[in-house]
Write a protein that binds this ligand. Structure first.
Ligand code: PBG
Length: 324
């Protein structure tokens, strides 16, 4: 048999495979989500996210110093608010002495060059567990956007480098940009969760923050997983409104969307390798059904190959060690 082309030539050894690899992971690709709680010297493992912890501010500061040493240069902050501070207006989200604002300051004090991104949505502060204000059983758009804009300014004031609105209200990117401009925060970036789907895979995250919706679901604001073209529309609108980075979330079931978004916009694209995706790999590995390390590298690489310029992932620490 004579063949003109033999594709296996480029696969025959580890050396040639690494020479021709099209996609490579690096610590610079990762955004590390952190869950922060009140207290001192407190840490608790999230039961549906084995190996992942909620930590008090002091321990979070220790953690970010370590992350920085490992070459992880970007964190995304989430706080677990106390039940008694939750209401329907997101009052606590605007508190200059709130857990988020204190955390931003402490982290920036400890590692000034670390890029600090903050989640902007009302769910951790909402008595209804929804991302927006509830009126007559509905999540109302425009009043929510007003609070999100104020919340973003409050994070910027505390020292956040980027705000990351994850709520999916209409018009919030434009409103946030305008509010930042009006307040003089012309260097604060916006990473928009532009194509965020209503997903069952957020379950473990809602355990982590005790932020599950008290009634109904999030389908009137997060996207329907049947849709692809809508993701392009959402993303392009966010870029027009002023987003610096756009995000597709979740990642694994939406690799097609990541690629289409990457082809459609000229800003960096991120994806969020979410809690349920983490939990699935951890669970299957625990059962001995898959090799955890290989699964981590394969899935993260698939996200980058799909077009993600950066990946928010609970596997960041593990991945950095594996890449080494
Ligand atoms: C809430 C928010 C969610 C996540 C990030 N921000 C959950 C939700 O929309 O219910 C999910 C992250 C994850 O599952 O890892 N605004």
């Amino acid at each position: 048999m004579y063949l003109q082309r033999r594709n296996r030539i480029l696969r025959q050894s580890a050396a040639i495979r690494s020479l021709v690899a099209e996609t490579r992971l690096s610590p610079a690709d990762f955004i590390v989500p952190l869950f922060i709680i009140e207290g001192e010297n407190e840490s608790s493992e999230i039961s549906s996210m084995p190996g992942y912890y909620r930590r008090s501010v002091d321990l979070t500061v220790k953690e970010v110093k370590e992350l920085w040493q490992m070459g992880l240069k970007c964190v995304l902050l989430f706080v677990k608010s106390k039940d008694e501070l939750k209401d329907n207006k997101g009052t606590e989200a605007l508190n200059p002495e709130g857990l988020m604002q204190r955390s931003i300051r402490a982290i920036k004090d400890a590692v000034p060059d670390l890029l600090v991104m903050t989640d902007v949505a009302l769910d951790p502060f909402s008595s209804f567990g929804h991302d927006g204000i509830v009126e007559h059983g509905e999540i109302v758009n425009d009043p929510t956007v007003e609070v999100l804009a104020k919340m973003s300014v409050s994070h910027a004031k505390a020292g956040a480098d980027f705000v990351a609105p994850s709520d999916m209200m209409d018009g919030r990117i434009g409103a946030i940009r305008q509010a930042l401009e009006e307040s003089g925060y012309t260097k604060t970036g916006i990473m928009a969760y532009s194509a965020k789907y209503a997903s069952c895979f957020y379950g473990p995250f809602r355990d982590a923050l005790d932020s599950a919706p008290g009634f109904g679901d999030k389908k009137t604001y997060q996207m329907d997983y049947s849709n692809r073209i809508e993701a392009i529309r959402e993303t392009i609108m966010d870029v027009e409104e002023g987003a610096d980075i756009v995000m597709v979330k979740p990642a694994l079931s939406y690799l097609d969307v990541i690629r289409e978004v990457k082809n459609a916009v000229d800003v960096p694209v991120s994806c969020y390798n979410i809690s349920g995706e983490y939990a699935m790999i951890k669970a299957a590995a625990k059962m001995g059904w898959i090799d955890e390390n290989k699964a981590i590298l394969e899935t993260l690489t698939s996200m980058k190959r799909a077009g993600a310029d950066m990946i928010a992932t609970y596997f960041a620490r593990q991945a950095v060690k594996l890449i080494d």
